[in-house]
Design a protein around this ligand. Structure first.
Ligand code: GLC
Length: 743
């Protein structure tokens, strides 16, 4: 600026009113966020405030154009950034720049038991959301795995609240470091999909606080989640999306949540409750959220005109409205108005690398008799791959987590790429499951039609198996209704489409049979004694075939561990043996009592002498072996003034190749005033060991690790007495136990 201009500016500043020259506080990034919130709020009209607390389109809510406050844009889902839909429809907008990378499903992430991998996941998906101009990612989901039939378990992190809590926090940090809000869902008690809009969950406080809340609490208090999504179901006869107990008493009261509560789409059913019970942003489809109605009827939403009407008529004040708007403005200053928001990136090599790595670390080697795996390519001349899931795209379907990917490497392609030139790979369909390939207008482009009979398909597979060096069966579930799919549950534990008969026939035809189960849920395995190698393959996303081939061919040593129990029979699951699962229909709701209480998953099987799971929680084999020394404690007594005991355990790689092991710490309360599980996961550490290498793993055991929730006192208590610290490689593979006393 030259001197003349400078003098002119100086003169002008002397005459202009102060306000005209100063940046408004809400626009001044040097001001504290709460100052900016108050300033912005003070400038908004009543209509502008009401416009902000409900959707204006399928995935956006209004900003304040007059003040330059941006709209808030949401996007599904937990595994990747959903392609653009029309303003007011679920159908595709037909963009050509909105393909994404599909990362593995969150069950696979949980199965890595690796918090660094979770951080990588959050960072990667956060960058994709940011590049696609999204402010809120509608994920991760952390509903607890109560029944293996739940159609959405693939989107969640398993049966144990401690594992889910540890694994969700880095994902949220990763996403939010990118200036994109994570929206943890579905809060709370959305543990199956059948009748999800009318299920009224009845559960005691001890179970609520010990099993179903911890992952959400960690997400809010440690993850600092900026958004939480209310669930569709009811709790205590009040919809979770406007539930006084869940949203005001617990989430915003006890936990101090300062972010926004977003409804599930159509989860709001009552204006007065939505005003007073903690609902901040109402999203949905059409007028009252769910039922068909006039399109673009966003003004009819419960928190739209009906709310404005009540205020104008003096029936309600604006205190709740201002609180909602403060939270939304805070969301904006953390995301689309943040001055430090970085750049995003989409479909980058780094994101494909991340997807592949997450898959490789999450795949679980369930069984490996005679060390059939890894495949010996020096020996293999012909490899037969059988099964629809070897070729079927799994990123399309399954409900709101469905994606339009830039690419998806199928298991067959991945295996073919990996063994090119080393062995012949022959494919046989084996069975026909779901030949479809479309969801909400996203089409796979695959033509999976096959009119042959099951007998012809099995005959072909058996014939090809006769002279194969290895047979890899790739089956399991898929993303169609009644399999692993939102808004539906499976009818049973067994595989569909005649897969069990096919697997048995293949086991007869060739002893070198490997079964890969692609699923987000446990399945029955009546053939498991006749199949030497079994792999839990998960929904692995864009790099599926590459991750799977790396494990099968031994490029990567499997290190995944099950985040949920594989029951032998449905009756072994307490949600089904004690119930209730389908529940009892009353007038408008279906009451479901969680009679099993805190005894979910291994907490149940540990107590049952006659029940043995197919594969236990925390189970996963390796291509090497590990030896554990006995655990030691620096002290045998934890007193009021010692804050923690230090447990040490040495683990050695006693095999011939490098590998990773997940050392698990369970705590067992030997005597308690209330019933407790035999043991509960309270620590884990994933370590990498070269052949022969030994590492000492250290766990700190504090009072919190010994506590249970006393719902009479409404607080966590650690009762004096004897405890066992159990070091294990799974819920049933105990390596060492050491006792101590809490004084
Ligand atoms: C769906 C799902 C929720 C999703 C939302 C938007 O019904 O329950 O997880 O984020 O609607 O698609």
């Amino acid at each position: 600026m030259n001197s003349k201009t400078y003098l002119l500016a100086l003169a002008l500043s002397a005459v202009l009113p102060l306000s005209a020259q100063q940046t408004p506080i809400y626009q001044d990034a040097t001001k504290h966020i709460e100052e900016r919130v108050e300033d912005a709020l003070s400038r908004m009209t009543l209509q502008e405030k009401v416009a902000m607390v409900h959707a204006q389109s399928k995935f956006s809510s209004a900003g304040v154009p007059r003040l330059g406050i941006p709209e808030v844009w949401m996007t599904d889902g937990p595994h990747g950034i959903r392609s653009e839909v029309l303003w007011d429809e679920w159908d595709q907008a037909g963009w050509t720049n909105d393909s994404c990378v599909a990362f593995p499903a969150l069950t696979c992430l949980a199965a890595t038991w690796n918090e660094e991998i979770s951080s990588l996941y959050g960072k990667s998906i956060g960058e994709e959301a940011l590049y696609r101009g999204k402010d809120v990612l509608l994920g991760p989901g952390v509903n607890i795995y109560r029944t293996p039939l739940n159609g959405r378990n693939f989107e969640y992190m398993g049966e144990d609240p401690f594992l889910a809590a540890r694994m969700v926090v880095p994902y949220i940090h990763g996403v939010q470091d990118k200036g994109v809000a994570a929206c943890v869902k579905h809060f709370a008690l959305n543990n199956h999909e059948v009748n999800r809009h009318t299920t009224n969950v009845i559960v005691d406080d001890r179970t609520l606080y010990e099993i179903y809340l911890p992952a959400f609490k960690a997400a809010v208090q440690e993850g600092k989640a900026w958004a939480v999504m209310g669930a569709y179901n009811l709790y205590q006869n009040q919809h979770a999306c406007h539930n006084q107990r869940l949203l005001n008493d617990i989430l915003k009261g006890e936990w101090g949540f300062d972010g926004v509560v977003v409804s599930d789409w159509g989860g709001v059913h009552n204006t007065d409750q939505a005003i007073t019970n903690g609902m901040d942003m109402e999203f949905g489809s059409w007028t009252n959220g769910l039922s068909n109605g006039a399109s673009n009827a966003y003004d009819n939403y419960y928190l739209a005109m009906p709310y404005l009407q009540r205020i104008r008529e003096g029936k309600v004040g604006t205190t709740e409205l201002d609180d909602k708007v403060r939270r939304i403005l805070r969301l904006c200053f953390r995301t689309n108005m943040s001055p430090t928001r970085p750049l995003g990136s989409l479909c980058s090599p780094e994101h494909y690398e991340a997807a592949r790595r997450i898959g490789e670390e999450g795949i679980v080697l369930l069984q490996n008799r005679d060390n059939l795996l890894p495949i010996d390519l020096d020996r293999a001349k012909k490899i037969l791959v059988v099964g629809e899931n070897a070729i079927k795209m799994m990123t399309v379907g399954g409900g709101s987590s469905s994606l339009k990917v830039q690419r998806e490497v199928s298991p067959l392609e991945g295996i073919r790429n990996r063994v090119a030139g080393r062995a012949e790979v022959v494919y046989a369909r084996g069975y026909v499951g779901d030949a479809g390939g479309e969801y909400n207008g996203v089409v796979t482009g695959q033509n999976l039609k096959d009119n042959r009979t099951p007998e012809e398909l099995i005959a072909e597979a058996v014939r090809e198996a006769a002279d194969a060096d290895y047979v890899i069966f790739i089956g399991g579930l898929n993303k169609s209704a009644g399999q692993d799919c939102e808004d539906t549950d499976r009818k049973g534990l067994g595989l569909s489409y005649g897969q069990d008969e096919l697997i048995s026939a293949l086991a007869e035809a060739n002893k070198n049979l490997i079964v890969v189960n692609i699923s987000g849920n446990a399945v029955a395995m009546p053939w498991m004694d006749r199949v030497p190698a079994i792999v839990q393959g998960w929904y692995l996303g864009s790099e599926a075939g590459n991750s799977l081939a790396a494990i099968l061919m031994g490029d990567v040593n499997p290190s995944g561990k099950l985040p949920f129990t594989f029951p032998a029979r449905l009756e072994d699951v307490p949600a089904h043996s004690l119930g209730e699962y389908t529940g009892v229909r009353s007038d408008t709701v279906i009451d479901i009592r969680y009679n099993e209480g805190i005894f979910v998953g291994y907490r149940w099987t540990d107590k049952q002498k006659k029940i043995r799971p197919l594969f236990p929680f925390g189970h996963g084999l390796s291509y090497t072996t590990f030896a554990y020394d006995k655990p030691t404690l620096d002290n045998r007594t934890l007193t009021a003034d010692t804050d923690a005991l230090t447990l040490r355990v040495k683990v050695r790689n006693t095999g011939t190749r490098a590998g990773q092991e997940v050392v698990q710490l369970y705590i067992s309360d030997k005597k308690s005033s209330l019933p407790r599980p035999i043991k509960e996961l309270k620590g884990f550490r994933k370590i990498s060991l070269a052949p022969g290498e030994e590492q000492e793993v250290v766990f700190l055991i504090n009072r919190e690790a010994l506590s249970f929730f006393d719902d009479a006192k409404h607080e966590w208590v650690a009762e004096p007495g004897r405890f066992d610290a159990i070091i294990a490689a799974s819920a049933t593979d105990i390596k060492g136990t050491i006792s101590f006393e809490l004084k």
